[in-house]
Design a protein around this ligand. Structure first.
Ligand code: GLP
Length: 241
C-alpha cells in the first residue's frame, strides 16, 4: 500500500487526477472503475480541464461505476448516473455506450447483480479502480458486516450512510434504503486501486483501514490484501495515523 500525503483537498484531487491520467496515457483503452460522492468531484474537474486543454483523450476509454441507488432512474438528480453525467461524462469525449453503472430501475436484484458482474467480466476487468471511503470505512456501498461480499449485490444502507448522504436529498426519508454495489471481490479483482480520502471526518476510518485489523466490519481494510493500492489522502484525513 502506498500512501501519498497531500496538503489539502485540491492537492489530493490534482495528484489523484495525475495518477488516472497516467493510466489513460499508458493505456488509451483503459477500463476505469469510477466512484461518486463528494470526494472525487475535484478529480473529475481536473480531468475535464486537461481534456479541454487537449492533454487527455477519453475516446477509447470505458468506465464502470461502483454503485447506484436501487429505485432511482437516471433522470433523478440524486442518482449516481446523473452525478457521473454531470461531473464527467457530459464534459468529455467518452463514447455514449462505454460508461456503465448498475441499473437502479431494475428492481429484480438477482437479475441486475448478475448482469452487472457479467458486464464487468466481459470488459476484461478493471485497470484502475477509483474509490472513496465512507465514514464507517465502507467502499462502494459495502457496509460493515460479518463477511466480505464477493460479487455485485444489493445492500441495505446503514443508518450512518443514510445520515451521511441525506445532505444531498430533501430529507433522510428521501434517501433510498438500498443500493447495488460492486462486491469486495469485484473491487479486489481490479489491477490497481486508487483510494482518495479527504477531511477530518474520515480520519478515524482511514486509520482503521490502514492500521486496524482486516475485518468486514471495516470493509476498506480488505484493500491491504491487494498488491497494488495507492491511497491519496490529505493531512486532515491522515491526522489520526
Ligand atoms: C457513498 C458512496 C461511496 C463513497 C462514499 C463517501 O456512500 N457510495 O462510494 O465513497 O459515499 O462519499 P463522500 O466522498 O461524499 O464522503
Amino acid at each position: 500500500m502506498k500512501i501519498i500525503r497531500t496538503k489539502d483537498y485540491q492537492d489530493m484531487s490534482r495528484k489523484a487526477a495525475n495518477i488516472i491520467s497516467a493510466q489513460m496515457i499508458l493505456k488509451d483503452d483503459s477500463v476505469l472503475g469510477l466512484a461518486t460522492g463528494s470526494t472525487p468531484i475535484g478529480i473529475y474537474d481536473q480531468l475535464v480541464d486537461w481534456y479541454k486543454k487537449g492533454d487527455l483523450d477519453f475516446s477509447k476509454i470505458t468506465t464502470v461505476n461502483l454503485d447506484e441507488y436501487k429505485g432511482l432512474p437516471k433522470e433523478n438528480d440524486q442518482s449516481y448516473w446523473y452525478f457521473m453525467n454531470k461531473n464527467l461524462f457530459s464534459r468529455v469525449n467518452i463514447r455514449p455506450d462505454y460508461h456503465f453503472l448498475p441499473d437502479g430501475t431494475n428492481l429484480d436484484s438477482d437479475n441486475e447483480c448478475e448482469r452487472y458482474e457479467k458486464l464487468i467480466d466481459s470488459l476484461g476487468g478493471i485497470d484502475l479502480q477509483l474509490l472513496g471511503l465512507g465514514r464507517n470505512g465502507h467502499i462502494g456501498f459495502n457496509e460493515p458486516c460479518d463477511s466480505f461480499p464477493q460479487d455485485v449485490h444489493v445492500v441495505d444502507l446503514t443508518e450512518s450512510t443514510i445520515e451521511a448522504n441525506k445532505r444531498f436529498f430533501a430529507s433522510a426519508d428521501d434517501v433510498p434504503k438500498q443500493a447495488y454495489t460492486m462486491g469486495v471481490g469485484t473491487i479486489l479483482r481490479a489491477k490497481a486501486i486508487l483510494l482518495v480520502v479527504s477531511g477530518k471526518d474520515k480520519a478515524e476510518a482511514l486509520n482503521a483501514v490502514v492500521n486496524g485489523p482486516i475485518t468486514p466490519q471495516v470493509p476498506g481494510s480488505v484493500l491491504r490484501l491487494h498488491p497494488n493500492v495507492i491511497i491519496v489522502a490529505d493531512e486532515d484525513a491522515l491526522s489520526e495515523m
